[in-house]
Ligand binder design. Structure first.
Ligand SMILES: *[C@@H]1O[C@H](CO)[C@@H](O)[C@H](O)[C@H]1NC(C)=O
Ligand SMILES: *[C@@H]1O[C@H](CO)[C@@H](O)[C@H](O)[C@H]1NC(C)=O
Length: 648
């Protein structure tokens, strides 16, 4: 059964011919799709629409409306009784229909990439009755793609890196272009990649856009960056295709393909012998064209006569080798050193070892320069001893210093007066002999630490320092004396032979075997009938009564001269007077009342404390119970508890 003819083949273009055929096949599909519609309710009705899917080219630029196609019903006898009506997407705005002829035109430029299909509905009405002569049916206007979109690199521009010296064909990066045209139809969206800039170093795979290295031995040290321009062209890259480009910046990354090399075969440095240990003598650097870890250096001393004297380490920032001194230099001992220094890359790349060893050596000569050095004493410290009895001008000892320089200038000695402010000592400027300048006293200053200066007579700014510790030796030049001021009392009820005082002595001298004191009463007191002295032979002596019946009213104070002798050679002695007061004592021999005139307040007791003691005694007397208790207490204990209660 024949349904009608396809009218849009009027559109005379090459493409139109193709569309015509594809339109036919689309018509078949369309018909089979719309079959169920006809079968429902009007299954008997003979279908008489001239029916199609229409195709219209996008981007039509002409001034007249573009002819799309023609609706036709077999019922239409061409007598004008049939009216065609269009509805649906874009009806009457984009697509208009001639209601008499059924011709459809597009009034606007269409863009497939904006909308690829329009779905419309067609009706054929009897112009008189306005009744449909055909069932309403849906049809599609498909916008036909033309190649109106160029490929675009949405991710460009690209940056990428590849190691230098990579083999040919090493992948660098993949670039991708997208084309908005219809990928399912024709070649409008089929792109091919090519390289416009960057040859002969790099290539691009036409289909995949993978960029690869195209030259071997690309050397970062020669050129480290390349700017590539990659083109994507649609229509499979053929003439007339649209194209887009992107740039790819390729950076060659470093590999360790350059060994370190000293720029010079030898170096020479002059160093003053006075340079302190740990000082930097020299900085040398092996050149390395690589960067980063591939240029990291290790230095070592591999030969020469400077082992132990010099050390080389690496400055992590500059990769320089730093030579430092490890021991004091001495021009007078050795005037030059030769070091063989090796520099090596920390990380060598085995691939490039064939280029030669990744290390290099150089010679560093270090010339030690003479420096005018101050005189040096033969000893850092001179201990000396001298008796405090020594005569002024006597020799104590001798110091010696010499100029270490080869000139060996004579030196002159002096005493640093800041260390001998009182000028006890002199030094002979030429001989270094130290003598006393005034008499010494061990008991004032037992040790004199003095500094002696040695000055080069040619160059007074060169001063060496020596230290002398002069110990003053003791002589027995101090007599012994009482160890303290004794407060001695004797009770009126004292019995003969009673010890009333134990005495000891002190002496400012310091005999090497320790003190030995001898006590006695002076010769004029040996016939003393009142007191006697007993030397305890342990540097103490006891004073005893010789009689009883001491009376305050009779004699309230006795003065007893005590003679003390030391064991020095010769020995020294002194007479010290012991003051003995007579007191009224209780039954236990504790003094109650002494002669007021002779009463000396114990040092350290304030008047306030004394008043407190008196108040305490009064309180004790005023309390009957306490008085009774008092007899059973010693005088001392009462005294102590009173002080305690008042102070708290
Ligand atoms: C002298 O020097 C020694 C150390 O050398 C020190 O122990 C001593 O206290 C010094 N004496 C004086 C009096 O400065
Ligand atoms: C001993 O005591 C008596 C009586 O007080 C006195 O006269 C005499 O001078 C005293 N002797 C000495 C040596 O002090």
């Amino acid at each position: 059964m024949k349904l009608g003819k396809v009218e849009f083949c009027h559109f005379l273009q090459l493409i139109a011919l193709f569309l015509c055929f594809s339109g036919m096949s689309q018509a078949e599909l369309s018909r089979s799709r719309s079959k169920p519609y006809f079968q429902s309710g009007r299954s008997r009705t003979k279908r008489s629409w001239v029916w199609n899917q229409f195709f219209v080219l996008e981007e039509y630029m002409g001034s007249d409306p573009l002819y799309v196609g023609k609706l036709h019903s077999d019922v239409d006898k061409g007598d004008g009784s049939i009216k065609y009506i269009l509805s649906g997407e874009g009806a009457s705005s984009i697509f208009i229909i001639d209601e008499n002829t059924g011709d459809i035109h597009a009034t606007k430029r269409l863009d497939r990439e904006e909308q690829a299909y329009y779905t419309l509905r067609a009706q054929a009405l009897d112009r008189l009755t306005n009744k449909p002569v055909e069932p309403e049916s849906e049809f599609v206007i498909k916008i036909q793609d033309i190649n109106d979109n160029e490929p675009k690199f949405l991710d460009g521009p690209y940056t990428a890196g590849v190691p230098e010296m990579s083999p040919v064909g090493t992948s660098v990066v993949q670039v991708t272009a997208t084309d908005a045209d219809d990928p399912t139809y024709g070649n409008s969206a089929r792109v091919v990649y090519s390289i416009l800039q960057g040859q002969p170093y790099f290539s691009v795979e036409p289909k995949t856009g993978v960029i690869k290295t195209a030259l071997p031995n690309m050397d970062r040290e020669a050129k480290d960056q390349y700017l590539l321009v990659i083109q994507a062209k649609d229509m499979v890259g053929q003439n007339g295709g649209l194209s887009g480009t992107t740039s790819v910046t390729v950076t060659l990354t470093d590999v360790n393909d350059n060994p370190p090399r000293f720029p010079r075969r030898s170096y020479q440095y002059n160093v003053p012998e006075s340079l302190p240990v740990a000082s930097v003598v020299a900085r040398i650097k092996a050149a390395d064209a690589d960067i980063g870890a591939n240029a990291e250096m290790e230095y070592k001393i591999v030969d020469g006569d400077g082992f132990g004297i010099f050390k080389i380490s690496v400055d992590k920032d500059t990769q320089e080798g730093i030579i430092t001194i490890q021991k004091d230099l001495d021009f007078e001992a050795k005037t030059s050193y030769t070091l063989r220094i090796e520099a090596a890359n920390r990380d060598a790349d085995p691939r490039f070892l064939s280029l030669g060893p990744f290390s290099d050596t150089t010679t560093v000569k270090i010339i030690v320069e003479d420096v005018d050095e101050p005189p040096v004493f033969s000893s850092p410290l001179y201990p000396m001893e001298v008796s405090e009895a020594t005569q002024v001008g006597n020799i104590i000892g001798t110091v010696a210093a010499h100029d270490p320089d080869s000139s060996n200038s004579p030196v002159r000695y002096s005493i640093d007066r800041n260390t001998d402010l009182e000028r006890y000592f002199n030094i002979d400027a030429n001989s270094g002999v130290i003598t006393t300048a005034k008499s010494l006293d061990r008991e004032t200053n037992a040790v004199h630490n003095i500094t002696v200066l040695a000055m080069e007579s040619q160059n007074p700014s060169q001063i060496g320092r020596g230290y002398v510790a002069i110990t003053i030796l003791d002589i027995n030049d101090n007599a012994p004396e009482f160890a303290m001021d004794y407060e001695t009392t004797v009770c009126e009820n004292a019995q003969p032979g009673q010890v009333i005082q134990k005495i000891s002595a002190v002496d400012k001298d310091e005999p090497s075997n320790g003190h030995q004191f001898y006590f006695s009463l002076t010769t004029d007191a040996t016939n003393n009938h009142n007191f006697s002295l007993k030397d305890n032979k342990d540097n103490t002596a006891s004073i005893l009564t010789r009689r009883n019946g001491f009376r305050r009213q009779e004699q309230s104070v006795y003065y007893l001269p005590v003679f003390i002798v030391d064991s020095g050679s010769p020995s020294l002695s002194s007479t010290n007077t012991l003051t003995i007061r007579v007191c009224d004592c209780d039954a236990d021999g504790v003094a109650q009342t002494c002669n007021a005139e002779a009463y000396v307040l114990p040092a350290g007791l304030s008047t306030g404390a004394l008043i407190a003691i008196l108040a305490c005694v009064l309180t004790l007397l005023a309390t009957p119970h306490t008085i009774g208790d008092l007899s059973s207490l010693t005088r001392d204990r009462t005294h102590v508890s009173c002080i305690g209660s008042i102070e708290s």
